[in-house]
Design a protein around this ligand. Structure first.
Ligand code: KIV
Length: 265
């Protein structure tokens, strides 16, 4: 069994082997995908794709723990990374460490992911000091939607780009084991990736990151409410589900299901 750890993702960067990460929120999906992908991310995107919220703001630490436990039970070998939801780490260092600890101890994730740079660096240091690996998240950080006003590409002007480079360095110095770069220009992601010794995982950050991550329902063609430019659909599972359900309904109505083989004698 392929077993990914924080050490193996660092090793992959050194060997120039690309890393793969997909979001995952439940047992069945973890069973299906965890033996092939390096990392499973129990992202707070579960607010959108599992719970139907318009953004990630309402997601709670209990939501993350509940879904991480299910993913853990279905996991075979992937490194489980779980998001620290909005307001579980911003207010103070102590509550950040306690909440990160709950995600590891109760949810059984191996790494916590935190959005932000210089403004949350003390929390990152304290969590790492508590022996909890941290993945950073820079660029378009969806928990800052009310500050941004809209979801748009970040780091397009020089000042913003320099802040992102500096934040990436600060996260590395604070002990982060990897950084997600979301929705930033490819050249900037390339420069950050070259500068760091820890891996960068891109989503809408171009080809030169050390790895890529996508929301699993986006790449499977199951979440169709909104499709960002950076998403590639590898299947149309949503359509397959709808067709299967339609066939089932037709067969029940026509008396074709259950068949001989589905009946107890
Ligand atoms: O919550 C999430 O799914 C994420 C990815 C978009 C990186 O943070």
């Amino acid at each position: 069994m392929n077993k990914t750890t924080v050490a193996t993702i660092l090793e992959k960067k050194q060997k120039n082997n690309k890393l793969t990460m997909l979001t995952c929120y439940d047992y069945i999906m973890a069973k299906l995908i965890s033996k092939d992908v390096d990392m499973l991310l129990v992202g707070d995107s579960l607010g959108n794709v599992q719970l139907g919220y318009e953004n990630t703001i309402p997601v709670t630490i209990e939501n993350i723990i509940y879904h991480t436990k299910a993913v853990k039970r279905g996991n075979s070998g992937a490194l489980i990374v779980a998001d620290m939801p909005f307001m579980s780490y911003e207010a103070d260092i102590k509550s950040a460490v306690i909440n990160a600890g709950r995600i590891i101890k109760e949810g059984r994730a191996q790494v916590v992911k935190i959005e932000g740079g210089s403004e949350i660096i003390k929390q990152v240091q304290a969590i790492v000091n508590a022996k909890i690996p941290v993945m950073g998240h820079l660029g378009l950080t969806p928990q800052a939607i009310n500050k941004f006003g809209e979801f748009k590409v970040q780091g397009r002007n020089k000042e913003d780009a320099l802040k992102l480079i500096n934040d990436a360095k600060l996260l590395q110095e604070a002990g982060a084991c990897a950084i997600v770069l979301e929705a930033i220009p490819e050249d900037l992601a390339k420069e950050i990736t070259k500068t760091l010794t820890i891996p960068t995982i891109g989503i809408g950050a171009g080809r030169y990151c050390d790895g890529q991550v996508l929301v699993v329902y986006d790449m499977l063609g199951m979440f169709v409410d909104f499709t960002p430019k950076f998403v590639k659909k590898y299947a149309n599972v949503g359509q397959i589900i709808q067709e299967a359900v339609k066939n089932y309904i037709d067969e029940v109505k026509e008396g074709k299901f259950p068949e001989e083989g589905n009946i107890y004698k």
